[in-house]
Design a binder for this molecule. Structure first.
Ligand code: DHB
Ligand code: FE
Length: 281
């Protein structure tokens, strides 16, 4: 059967992707962040993942304000990096896993999570920057990726608890897929940041560190926090962090933290990555 072998929370700062694409990872500004990543990459490759469920948000690239699915699952075999205004990033296409994606869609919809089915969807930095963080510069991504896209762009986004419960439904779906696959679930976006308005530039380190600690030890506070409070504490784009709850919901109650890096500043955003395994029974 398919099995969840790991869970990751990770930021999607576009400048991190650009630093990697343009050979700037050894620049003074980026060194502290990129020097931390080999340990996370080794942890991940040791898990021998076959498929990654990558929960992310689109930033008006595949969807526009004309059409805003709350939750969409990518059921295609192939996803192209989106053109976000500077041409698409020069990175490999993202290869999907249609069979597992359709299984998850069916299982979740039967579980009353009515996912939108996306048979074609370009993936923007929300999806591709975490892949760069996880795998670096590669000719081919070493896992198949099922992108699950969440609306955190247009109010009202789903609550953190709704996201957590979707994670539970995804967990159930994976556990009933008959093929032996190692699956990693990544919840991405965040951490605290605001790119617009009066509070543009806000970073709340205390909130972020608490969020990471609570993810490890007492996630109920993150799970039941009102999304208005996410925005108040973490900035208007800090709402992206509700997507980490989908990862947390997909993991068992008892988890073990394997890696963490928190770094400010990364562009306008507090960068965070945290890695978990389920505790052995
Ligand atoms: C930045 C962060 C984001 O989450 C995003 O979608 C775009 C830009 C930034 O920090 O620059
Ligand atoms: Fe973003």
């Amino acid at each position: 059967m398919a099995k969840i072998v790991g869970g990751i929370g990770c930021s999607h700062v576009p400048a991190v992707g650009a630093a990697s694409d343009h050979g700037k990872t050894k620049d003074g500004y980026w060194t502290p962040l990129f020097n931390a990543l080999p340990a996370a990459r080794k942890w991940l490759s040791d898990l021998k993942p076959d498929v990654m469920i990558l929960v992310y948000n689109d930033h008006g690239s595949a969807f526009s304000l004309e059409l805003i699915p709350t939750f969409a699952i990518g059921t295609a075999e192939n996803f192209k990096p989106a053109d976000e205004g500077y041409g698409p990033r020069d990175i490999p296409d993202v290869e999907g896993h249609a069979e597992l994606a359709w299984h998850i869609a069916e299982s979740c919809i039967m579980d009353e999570f009515d996912l939108t089915i996306a048979n074609k969807m370009d993936v923007d930095h929300g999806c591709t920057v975490p892949l760069t963080v996880f795998f670096g510069e590669v000719e081919k991504w070493p896992v198949r990726v099922i992108p699950i896209c969440v609306n955190v762009i247009q109010f009202p986004p789903p609550t953190a608890n709704r996201c957590f419960n979707l994670g539970r439904a995804i967990k159930k779906a994976i556990s009933t897929f008959p093929e032996d696959l190692n699956v990693v679930v990544a919840g991405t976006g965040g951490m605290s940041h605001q790119l617009q308005g009066e509070r543009s530039g806000v970073v709340n380190t205390e909130f972020d560190i608490n969020y990471l600690n609570q993810l490890s030890e007492d996630n109920d506070k993150n799970r039941y926090m009102n999304h208005i409070d996410y925005i108040r504490e973490a900035g208007s784009e800090g709402i992206e962090m509700v997507m980490w709850q989908i990862m947390r919901g997909a993991m068992e109650e008892k988890i073990v933290e394997k890696f963490r890096k928190y770094h400010v500043a990364s562009s306008n955003t507090a960068f965070g990555i945290i890695c978990f395994e389920n505790e052995e029974a």
